[in-house]
Every structure is written in C-alpha cells, then in structure tokens.
Design a protein around this ligand. Structure first.
Ligand SMILES: NC(=O)c1ccc[n+]([C@@H]2O[C@H](COP(=O)([O-])OP(=O)(O)OC[C@H]3O[C@@H](n4cnc5c(N)ncnc54)[C@H](OP(=O)(O)O)[C@@H]3O)[C@@H](O)[C@H]2O)c1
Length: 266
C-alpha cells in the first residue's frame, strides 16, 4: 500500500500536472487570464503581469521577499533532522519519540536494500538538502534583489509546509531502526548568458536536476523520491511556462529559439 507521504507527493505531482496541462491548453495570446486559480499559481513578476485582480485578493498577498522564510525554516528544521539523524547513526542515540511517531505515521517500511546503504543515502540526501537550503538562504539574503512582487498567502503556507515535509520524506527512506553585481534597477529585463541563452528559466531546470541527483543518491529505485521529483518537475514547469509567457508578452524582441524550461525540448 502507498504510504501517506508517497500518496501526498503523488497527489501534488498529479495536481501540478493537471494545472500545467490546463495552462498549456489555454492559448497564451492577448491578456493573461485572471481568476482564483491564476491567483494561486502565479507569483512575483508573473502575478503582476496577469489580469486585473479584485481588491479583496490583495489582503491575501504577502511580499515575495518572504521567500527567505522558507529557507530559514528549512535550515533550522532540516538542520535539526540532520543532527538527530547523525546522533542516531553514530552515537546510537534514539530519535525523539514524537519524531519516531511522526515517521511511523507517514512513512513506509523500506525493503530490498542493504540497511547500511539506506542510512548512507538518507544521510547524504539530508546533507545535500541542508546545503541547498543554506545556499538558497544566502542567495535570498545577499544576492536576490526582490522588487515589490507578492505571493498568495496559500502559496506562502504551502512553501513552509513543503520544507517540513521534504525533510521528513528523506528520514522516512531509512529503515525504522534507526554577488558582487551592482543593482541597476528593480524592473524585470531579458536575462541572458550561459543557460539563459537556451531556456527562460535555467534556475528552475537546475532545481529539477538537484532533485534528480538526490534520487540518484537514493539509488534510482526509491519510488517516494521519484514522486518528489515528479512534483518538482510539474511545479517548476508550470512556473517556467508562466515566466516564459511573461517574457514573450513583455518583450517583443524576446529570442524565439529560447525554450521555457528544458533546453531544446520544452
Ligand atoms: N522546489 C520547489 O518546489 C520550488 C518552488 C519555487 C521556487 N523554487 C526555487 O527557488 C528559486 C527562486 O525561485 P523564484 O520563482 O523566486 O525565481 P525568480 O522569479 O526568477 O526570482 C529570482 C530572483 O531574480 C529576480 N528576477 C526574476 N526575473 C528577473 C528578470 N527578468 N530581471 C531581473 N530580475 C529578475 C527576482 O526578483 P522579483 O522577485 O522581484 O521578481 C528574484 O530576486 C529557484 O531556484 C527555484 O527553482 C523551488
């Protein structure tokens, strides 16, 4: 039977695939569509480029610069999980009881692989996840220059939940016994250079590659992690086509050979 966490990732991947297909079916000509769904999927520059929004929706907006909260939470929460996991592995100290309960409620019993391998894979992925979150936090605090873009409060809560769930998902994979750039302005310009010459959102593509590399670290055959990868794929593909559409509508000279998300393909 599919464990609760696998079912969650499957559901999220399916939901984002459905919205992605819906978005692809709507011809991206003229003014971008508006409405509650659009309000929930767009954020930052692609939200400001969408149609007129009813005034009451503004009350549900929070600043996009609050993205840093996701990574503060992730660094603290996943750092805590990493610490207790290391203590469990090397000092044979049991995980806190509440965490054991949480893991057994959401996780699945892992089989068919050497226990030592599983511990090492989970440890490596947790370290990679923590480093990734730390790098993103530094990026948010010291490199990213956020304009006055907003995100929906639902997206904000979803982001917080995401970084809690992702660390628990990693722990559930183990057996149960254990810039120097100058700011020119705050407007959005055509990005160029390196991978930006091939796709509009190479950073989203890189995000996908990061999660695939974690799936490889888990030894290719971890279904739950492939469901996480599927979720990241559809989530980032959706964000990428909205961003691509934003650039095509905003810049008449936008390079036509540029794909949205995956070089040469999509
Ligand atoms: N794993 C997940 O589920 C997940 C979900 C979402 C994001 N992420 C990751 O989080 C990272 C950031 O995502 P994001 O959606 O915030 O990226 P983004 O919209 O491209 O924004 C990143 C930064 O670049 C600025 N920017 C964006 N487009 C620009 C342009 N054309 N000209 C000048 N500045 C521009 C943004 O400013 P503004 O904010 O003012 O636009 C912001 O400071 C990415 O690596 C993404 O993969 C992961």
């Amino acid at each position: 039977m599919l464990a609760a966490l696998s079912a969650l990732w499957l559901l999220l991947a399916a939901a984002f695939l459905a919205v992605l297909l819906l978005q692809l079916l709507q011809a991206p000509r003229g003014a971008p569509p508006s409405g509650l769904l659009q309000d929930l999927i767009r954020y930052g520059k692609t939200k400001s480029g969408s149609g007129r929004r009813p005034a009451w929706l503004w009350f549900l907006d929070v600043p996009k610069r609050w993205f840093s909260h996701f990574y503060i939470l992730s660094v603290v929460w996943n750092g805590f999980l990493l610490l207790v996991f290391i203590q469990a592995l090397f000092l044979v100290r049991p995980l806190p009881l509440w965490l054991q309960d949480l893991l057994s409620a959401f996780g699945e019993a892992s089989q068919n692989q050497d226990v030592g391998d599983k511990h090492l894979s989970a440890l490596l992925v947790l370290i990679l996840l923590w480093l990734h979150s730390f790098r993103r936090l530094i990026e948010c605090l010291c490199i990213s220059v956020f304009s006055n873009g907003v995100i929906h409060i639902v997206q904000y809560c979803f982001g917080l939940g995401y970084y809690v769930a992702i660390g628990l998902t990693v722990l559930c994979q183990m057996p149960a016994n254990v810039s120097n750039g100058k700011i020119v302005n705050l407007s959005h310009n055509v990005p160029f250079g390196d991978w930006f010459e091939r796709v509009s959102c190479p950073h989203y593509f890189a995000e996908l590659l990061i999660y695939i590399s974690m799936a490889i670290t888990f030894g290719f055959h971890n279904l739950t992690w492939w469901l996480v990868v599927a979720y990241v794929l559809f989530n980032q593909a959706l964000a990428a086509i909205l961003c691509h559409e934003f650039y095509v509508n905003k810049f008449s000279c936008y390079p036509t050979h540029r794909k949205a998300f995956i070089p040469f393909l999509f």
